[in-house]
Design a protein around this ligand. Sequence first.
Ligand code: NOJ
Length: 733
Amino acid sequence: MKLTDAQRAKVEDLLSRMTLEEKLGQLNQESPSIVGGFDVPFPELIEMVTEGRLSQEEFQKIMDTAQRDYHEEDIRAGRVGSMMGNDPVKANELQHIAVEESRLGIPLIIGFDVIHGLRSVYPIAIAEAGSFDDDLMERTARMAARESRAYGIGWNFAPMLDVARDARWGRVSEGPGEDTRLAERFARAKVRGLQNDRSGPDSYVAACLKHFVGYGACEGGRDYNTVSMAPSQLHSVYLPPFRAAVEEGAATVMAAFNDLNGVPCTLNPYTLRTLLKGDWAFPGFVVSDANAIRECVVHGIAADEAEAGAMALRAGLDMDMGTHIYRDELAAALSAGRISQTEIDDAVRRILSVKVWLGLFAHPYVEEPVIRSYAAGLPEAHRALCREAAEKSLVLLKNAGGLLPLQKERRISLVGALAASDTEVVGAWALGWEKRDCVSILQGLKNAGADVGYYPCGGPEGALDTAEVERACADGDVIVAVVGETAAMSGEASSRAHITLPGRQRELLALLSASGKPVIAVLMNGRPLALGWESEHLDAIVEAWHLGIGMGDAVAAALFGEINPSGRLSSSFPWDDGQEPTYYNHPSTGRPAGKSKFTSKYLDVPAEALYPFGYGLSYTAFAYDGLTVTEREDALEIAVTVRNSGERPGTETVQLYTRDVTASLVRPVKELKDYRRVTLRAGASETVTFRLPKADLGFWNNEGVYVREDGLFQICAGGNSRDTLTEEITVRF
Ligand code: NOJ
């Protein structure tokens, strides 16, 4: 985000004319408050949904007709800087008030959770990162930016960049997985896609990097939980994706809910002022997460709301999401000398700068034709991109005896409640989709001309109809069982202690496999699952995640071999949930798991992941040889030859890893440094070269300093994080 001199002057001019109340108004974000239109009090409604006394659908119906307060009076009085929402008509109404009726005419910045698409929902982030396709990640973000603007949204609360290694955490679905380098590449691609297309005023939005920082390391995978880590880990593992995104020009950042080594991120001067705004020279603004300033009182770090507000502003938090603490308490804090005018002005300046950069002053409204274009239906190009992303993100985990791809003549018994659902395909944090755009797996198979009989039998929520299972087993030549999690089982506040298939789905699979017919499991889920049993008992497993609106067609294309699966895992899958956290790039121990009892492992489950990071099969096979490492002045040049040794064309993701063999701190056993997708026809080979800057072989120490240490390094290349060729080289800096 760069401003011209004229834009900067505009910001300063406004700032010089604002009253204190107007300044505090800019720091205040509102969302439409739900004020009535239903019989029971709102908090009780929420309780009823949580306890299952009211279904999601019924709740949605109530919400659709609820009365809302859009805070028009406050907007008119200059007491609101930002609104949440995705209704373009309402956005225009409110924007007209802000621009035409408030004293200074400062437009609102309207923000919304557009996490993996708005109307066009593409795969959840953990899946899309597994495409290892940076260009795709950028294009989906660009599509999301355009759609957002068409809905009046100028600010997307994405990308989520939390490296996450404990699959019990429900929010692993929203981020790019367990690896820092992949997360950095994802971060850059998303910021470019959201922000860089300036072909028109409606083609870009402000990105919001979240959740800053360490949220993915919440203890035990319990959402909102405490986070403790050594500085070296914070700097080497959790900060780099944020830093990469800031370098790419990201306009805003959201502070995380959690405390980091005892200091809540909402009011953490080290992360917000020293690192983000100081060392990284971040020019944009920081917003709190919802209600988080108030929660600092509950954290036990501030005596009351007024103190929490003052601490947060001093620490570098610019905008208050969800409480009115900044609006109502900061004037008194200023008179009492607990915060300074400079701190307030700095926050206001940052927010105004983003508004100016977004072009909101020149172009505050959504135009009628843009609103109408989506009402008529999705543009074909958006639909096609959703399908492409879905096809590139699904991962083939097992394919015994080459069962897949299926011939279309084979009769399929399609099993599982999820298979016919056109609403679960979108996954967690999907808020702007329409049912008419979604393709269920059943529909996808029908579209592809499959000979299919459908038997729901049961699903993630528990029911199991054994009579129907018998009918399913009697019918098809082959059984395709769609099993996994509902969308609500991952995402925010959806941690699970057990990450095996929920409900009676394993029992369902056991009954199906006892029939003797081949069983293919298509998994639809938002987190890595513990699949030890499934990997031993089923013939084929396709990890299809929540792939978005194009899910059904993409799954059908993969099952019939119309595409060759090329997705890879962005997170390791354990055998058993007791193994969590399982991640490939763990620090080396003094007793690596081995045959001896006295090594680092469990007695009752394998030490390694079942399916490691980077893993994924294809309908063809790839072989590696000829790994060479050549030292150049300031880089290593690495070459490896990959050959398509099977009988079909296919796409492989060639992955480059390193290991620092001896260092002043214990280092990970392997770390991804680079990757490249390569498409090869049967029998063809290609030599892939990587240029690895030597500077990339350093690491952050516990003083927060990036150090480069001479010594021995292993350089590994291969098709996943486990099966690699290895060479060694001594590097001097
Ligand atoms: C809470 C979530 O943690 C965050 O990711 C989201 O953007 C905000 N609420 C706004 O909905």
